[in-house]
Design a binder for this molecule. Sequence first.
Ligand SMILES: Cc1ncc(COP(=O)(O)O)c(C=O)c1O
Length: 287
Amino acid sequence: MRAFDIPHNSILAGCPVFGGKYILALERKIRELYRGNGIRRFIIFLNEGTTLTGALDDTSAVGEVIRQLRTEFMGSAEFYLHVDAAYGGMVYPFTEPDRVRPFNVPEVDSVTVDPYKMGQCPMAEGVFLCRLKHQEYIQRPTGYVQDEQDDTLIGSRSGAYAAACWAVFRAEGADGFRAMHEQSIEHARYLHELLSQNGRITMLPQLLNMVSFQLPPDLTARELKRFLDKVVDKYLVMWSWFSVDPEDPSVHPIRLVKCNITRDVKRSWLERFARAVTQYTRGGTKK
Ligand SMILES: Cc1ncc(COP(=O)(O)O)c(C=O)c1O
C-alpha cells in the first residue's frame, strides 16, 4: 500500500520510484523505456519505511515483476534492485516477523538499514548490505591488508560505530527492540485516533511508529506560518511539502506533517499536541 508518498530526498534526487498500487505503472514504464527508448539497464529503488509516512513498498511484488521481465526480455536487460530500509529495517523485523525480508526476494541486490534511526544507536551508523557477487565491483588490491584486497567502500576507518551498534544490539536484544517499538506504535495509534477527530486535516494510514497528516489545502500563508511556529517548531515534528506527481507541475503540492513517536512520550503530551493541531488548522483568519 502506498498513500501519497515520496521516498527519501536522497533517492528522489535520482528518479521517481513506484510501489504498491504503482507496480503496474512500474512494469509499464520499464516496457516503454525498453521498447521506446532502447534502455537496457534499470536501477530500481524501493522503500521499506519512507521518511515522511513510514509506507513500505511491496518488495516481493517488484521482485516478481523483475523476474517476469527478465524472461520476457530474454536476458537482454539488466536490473538492479535496492531496498532502502534505513527507517523500517530496524522496526518491522521485530514487530512484523512474518513480513518478507528483502534478501528473501532473490531479485534484491542490496539493502540499507540505519541503526541510528529506529535502532537507538548513536548518530551516523549506516549499514549497506549487498549480495556477495557485487563486492568485486568495489574491491581492489592494496597489497597491505589481509587477503591483499580491500573490499570496503571507505577503506581504513574507526571500528567505534560498529562496536557501538554491537553494544546496543546486545543490550536490547530482539525482545528489547520488539517491546520498544510496540510501545511506540501503541502511542502512535492513540495519536492517530485523536487526530482523526479533526475534520480539517487528512490522516494518512498509521504505519510503523509514525503518524502523518496532510494540512488543509486552504490554509493561508499566514495561517501556515502560525502552524509552523506554534506546532511544528514547538513539538519538533517534521514538515514538508511535495508534489504527488513529480512529472506533472500542474498538480498542487501537498503539505505533510510527520510525527515520529517514541516509547517515552506521555499520553498527555499527545493530547496537548492534538489540541494544538486543532487550534492552528482551523483557518478562517483574516488574510
Ligand atoms: C528512508 C530514508 N532513507 C535514507 C535516509 C538517509 O539517511 P542518511 O542521512 O543517514 O544518509 C533517510 C534519512 O532520513 C531516510 O529516512
